[in-house]
Design a protein around this ligand. Structure first.
Ligand code: F6P
Length: 340
């Protein structure tokens, strides 16, 4: 009988519970044992695990967050790699670990696989920036939340003739900004992949106002560089992880000065990761979880389950998380037609 462990590591994202539910259900269907690891890698380092029954995962499909808990603790940064988790692996008789993580956690999984641990990765992040997959679960929910926010900001912007600068997550990639900016009909979308000149942005907004459109929505990805000469304070969290956010607080006032139009800044922050996943993310999470469990039960390792077109595929894990997947220029061009 195989024992398959499952953990969620790094920032949470809507759909994690759908994957956990699918892994546990599929493992049980094969007569295996499912072990839930609490708080990401930390649980494997501390021996914080529990056997998961089918009942443990009932009713969680629609819930945001993760019933397993998560953390940014890492066995290589905060321990000695495989040696730090080996006691738990042996104590629980774990044959393989399904790692539901972003690029950082998946890179850790690659290193553990190189040391001999059997791992199967499941790409997770609202940022949609993991290679090897056409989309990550969580992204669709984040885009919907941001689109709703833009819709609301648009009516108040219009009422007051204001510029609304909306900062969204995404780390070094502009996927959320590009998709939600398009869905929300934003006038400007600034993403890390495309250089921008704030004076040009201001000139376009002034021209738009000259044509009678007296408000504008400017979507800013948190990872864009601040305008020349400006800085955004760097904040590092308890795990040494650099937190992005705040560039809109620099861009907003500069736009106000350059255009002469009243401007407000909204930083959506963790709202984008909270709450119930969309149907798309529930389905994608479920399909990836089933595939990850089957791969682990079949003896697979060093691979990641992924969305490829409409199908679920298995790709090389090390290859997939080599570098963040960026928004290609042609994708941004599609959105550019609708900008100011
Ligand atoms: O990677 C997901 C993400 O939500 C990023 O978009 C954001 O920069 C980061 O995590 C925030 O991390 P934390 O939850 O540690 O503040």
């Amino acid at each position: 009988m195989s024992t398959i462990a499952v953990l969620t590591a790094g920032g949470d994202c809507p759909g994690l519970n759908a994957v956990v539910r699918a892994v546990v259900t599929r493992v049980h269907a094969s007569g295996g044992r499912a072990v839930g690891v609490l708080n990401g890698w930390q649980g494997l380092m501390d021996g914080d695990t529990r056997l998961m029954t089918r009942d443990d995962v009932r009713g969680i499909l629609t819930r945001g967050g993760t019933i397993l808990g998560t953390s940014r603790k890492d066995p290589y940064v905060h321990g000695q790699g495989l040696a730090s988790i080996q006691p738990t692996i042996e104590q629980d008789g774990i044959d393989a670990v399904v790692v539901i993580g972003g690029d950082g956690s998946l890179r850790t999984a690659v290193m553990l696989a190189e040391e001999g641990l059997r791992v199967v990765g499941v790409p997770k992040t609202i940022d949609n920036d993991i290679g090897g997959t056409d989309m990550t679960f969580g992204f669709d929910t984040a885009v919907q939340i941001v689109t709703d926010a833009i819709d609301r900001l648009t009516t108040t912007a219009e009422a007051h003739n204001r510029i609304m600068v909306v900062e969204v997550m995404g780390r070094t990639a502009g996927w959320i900004a590009t998709a939600a900016g398009m869905a929300g009909g934003a006038e400007e979308i600034l993403i890390p992949e495309i250089a921008y000149d704030l004076e040009d942005v201001a000139a376009r907004i002034v021209r738009r106002h000259d044509h009678g459109r007296l408000y504008s929505i400017v979507v800013v990805a948190e990872g864009v560089a601040p305008p020349p000469g400006a800085t955004v304070p760097v904040v590092v969290d308890a795990f040494g992880f650099e937190r992005l956010g705040g560039v809109a607080n620099v861009i907003g006032p500069q736009l106000e000065r350059l255009t002469g139009f009243e401007t407000r800044v909204t930083i959506l922050g963790h709202l984008q990761r909270g709450g119930t996943p969309t149907a798309f993310d529930r389905i994608l999470g479920t399909r990836l979880g089933v595939a990850a469990a089957e791969t682990a039960l079949d003896g697979g390792s060093g691979v990641m389950v992924a969305l490829s077109g409409q199908s679920i595929a298995t790709v090389d894990l090390a290859e997939a998380c080599r570098e963040p997947r960026k928004v290609p220029p042609e994708r941004y061009e599609e959105a550019r037609w609708f900008l100011a």
